[in-house]
Design a protein around this ligand. Sequence first.
Ligand code: NAD
Ligand code: DAU
Length: 354
Amino acid sequence: MILTTGSAGFIGSNFVLDWFAQSDEPVINLDKLTYAGNLENLASLKDNPNHIFVQGDIGDKALVAKLLALHRPRAIVNFAAESHVDRSIHGPEDFIQTNVVGTFHLLEVVRAYWSGLSDAEMTNFRFLHVSTDEVYGSLAKSEPAFTENHRYEPNSPYSASKAASDHLVRAYHHTYGLPVLTTNCSNNYGPYHFPEKLIPLMIVNALAGRSLPVYGDGQQIRDWLYVKDHCSAIRCALEKGKPGEVYNIGGWNEKANLDIVHTVCRLLDELQPRSDGKPYREQIAFVADRPGHDRRYAIDARKIERELGWKPSETFETGIRKTVQWYLDNQTWVNNVLSGSYRQWIEKNYAERA
Ligand code: NAD
Ligand code: DAU
């Protein structure tokens, strides 16, 4: 049995769905169900007795200790986090609370559980911490992609909180010997992506006839990975990764934001043309930039390929087509997500950028 945290969110729910597509090893899924957590993502597991969902906070030490004692997992995969950079700019508190304090509490409880295991169980145990390329800061156009040895230079409250959690995870290995793995991944996209993030926001806004807000000049570069490739990389690191090691995960797909928006528009023109026959790109609107906006991220994913044999299986072209089609096929999911609190966020983030 393994315990995952934050697996009612975007990447975690894809991870659990993919897990059960290949295995019947039980998963305890601990998720606080913040605005980003959505049990609809896991609806297909409703009757699966091997999926045990528990609503709760990674920072709730008593609850986590109880779950560990009861279920005795062989591994923890920590997805739980506040994940949206713009929200961290409007209100950093929750990011510090979950990403830093929450991870610290989780590590403390896991350490106590792990030190009570038998020698063999202790050796085989893993704590996999899911982190981000944003901890490395921003690259100039000519600089090489981030390797695992790149210095930490986080620039947003979000990335600073993730960097802090990475350091804690590292320290628990060096100080206490906890068998940890850290993965630092680039931008994900795919099914169940909450439409506050660039790609799903553009799809949802385009179809609703709203403007497509591009921050600044739209020339910021991100390195995109289809979410299911991220999930396979995490499974690979969990099974083959060396405790204490860090693995960068990326798709070798550096794209400027404006190119991403153009691609989404082109696919929608083909798959669901506007009723007036005009192209969706007419809806693009350049708006005020994100404060402290990182210009470029790029991941050098050669270590995980060389040492663990992982490679992405989707190209950006295949992955983005699947993603746009998924949103077209899952309008009910989209409509249910666009709740009152979602509308409040959109109002808050975009009103002042106009
Ligand atoms: P998300 O915001 O979609 O989901 C986060 C999940 O964590 C939600 O289900 C939420 O309810 C849960 N959660 C939040 N606080 C919690 C708490 N205190 N206790 C328990 N559960 C809590 O995020 P995501 O995009 O799926 O990202 C998952 C992880 O992957 C994060 O750690 C993020 O930093 C990392 N990551 C994301 C990306 C990306 O492109 N989305 C890329 C690299 C790394
Ligand atoms: O790099 C990994 C990170 O990718 C993860 O750690 C984060 O959890 C995840 O949210 C993502 O962060 P970004 O800030 O890169 O993702 P976002 O989708 O918010 O923005 C992608 C780019 O698009 C970024 O340069 C900002 C820009 N953008 C975003 C939105 C929401 C726009 O131009 N307009 C928008 O409306």
